[in-house]
Design a protein around this ligand. Structure first.
Ligand SMILES: Cc1ncc(C[n+]2csc(CCOP(=O)(O)OP(=O)(O)O)c2C)c(N)n1
Ligand SMILES: [Mg+2]
Length: 320
């Protein structure tokens, strides 16, 4: 059973992620700035649920589609705006972008543009957590496309063998770039292909947020209590192209005015309003979030670029 306050927290965090995501999308379409942006529309509740289950000291490794994980783990969206705009105030000083983020104070140790590349990193981090001997765990998020890479299989093999405290979260939106999952693998039920590594595997769907949260919570508790890995596949509709501005013709996306019928966050909102918002507080909470996000966005647009010295900081020069 999930409490009312947890459900509201999940909704609120997911709504912040949605608002930031939309703001970036609009800004890029209006040429306010230039960046690569990989939308997370439709998968916000996953990051929100991971965040609720996070303990201080837990770590997460994510991908280029990392906005939700950053916010779920307590990162600042102002610093994210500034980062992808290449500004000095950015999380990685404006030098990393979404593919090379590192927000250690929130436990986000790395994001990567290499599909499947986060999993071996998570194994290394988990080995260090295991050596420390506390109850911290490592979360790693990745897409369905990652499951056909060599890095994925090597990481799963090691995690199973060394019993590493990792929650593998596979976000299955059934697309890798423009390619359907069914065109790259025979068995698209990804969680059924994991027991060969000695790793327990489960499946949840993002359109059932309460069940999703209960499953995530149980998986996290298991990894924390036993120190052993779990694989969790989460099915999730892709409500956008691969990145802002990319073509969506191959996808059969619902029209804008029909999107609410398949959008997990909008469906969840209906439920929250019906069951938990007797005081009509939700709209004013949303209004406040929209204002705060807008203010941060404008501040980031006007923030300074790194100067020459900042640009050279934390850059390693290799000589032969
Ligand atoms: C090793 C590697 N191969 C190919 C690419 C090109 N590429 C970038 S994103 C992407 C799709 C990944 O799909 P998925 O893992 O399902 O994540 P999603 O984008 O759906 O979140 C591909 C193939 C890459 N970045 N790295
Ligand atoms: Mg995918």
């Amino acid at each position: 059973m999930i409490t009312k306050s947890t459900l509201l927290e999940l909704y609120k965090t997911a709504f912040i992620i949605r608002t930031v995501d939309q703001k970036i999308d609009e800004g890029l379409r209006n040429n306010h700035f230039f960046a690569l942006h990989y939308p997370v529309k439709g998968q916000e509740l996953i990051s929100a649920s991971l965040g609720v289950n996070k303990y201080p000291g837990d770590k997460i490794v994510s991908t280029y589609r990392c906005l939700g994980d950053l916010i779920g783990f307590g990162g600042s969206y102002y610093s994210y705006f500034a980062e992808i705009m290449g500004k000095k105030d950015g999380i990685s000083g404006g030098k990393g972008g979404c593919m090379h983020l590192c927000s250690t104070e929130n436990g986000l140790l790395a994001t990567t543009g290499i599909v499947g590349g986060g999993l071996p990193i998570a194994c290394g981090v988990a080995l260090s957590v295991q050596t420390d001997g506390n109850d911290n765990i490592v979360f790693v998020t990745f897409g369905d496309g990652a499951t056909t890479t060599g890095a994925y299989h090597e990481a799963m093999n090691l995690a199973g063998l060394w019993k590493l405290p990792i929650l593998f979260i596979c976000i299955n939106n059934e697309y890798a770039l423009h390619t359907r999952l069914s065109r790259i693998t025979t068995n698209t039920e990804l969680y059924t292909k994991v027991d060969v590594y000695g790793i327990r595997a489960f499946r949840a769907v993002v359109s059932e947020p309460e069940k999703l949260h209960i499953t995530v919570t149980k998986c996290v508790e298991f990894v924390r209590d036993t120190g052993e890995p779990i694989f969790l596949e989460i099915s999730c509709p892709r409500l956008h192209g691969h990145m802002t501005g990319s073509n969506t013709e191959y996808m059969n996306l619902p029209a804008d005015d029909e999107m609410f019928q398949v959008d997990p966050l909008m469906l969840f909102r209906k439920q929250v309003v019906r069951e938990y918002d007797s005081n009509n507080q939700l709209e004013s909470i949303e209004y406040q979030i929209i204002n705060d996000v807008s203010a941060s966005y404008n501040k980031a647009l006007n923030a300074p670029l790194p100067d020459n010295q900042d640009l050279l900081k934390e850059i390693t020069k290799y000589t032969t």
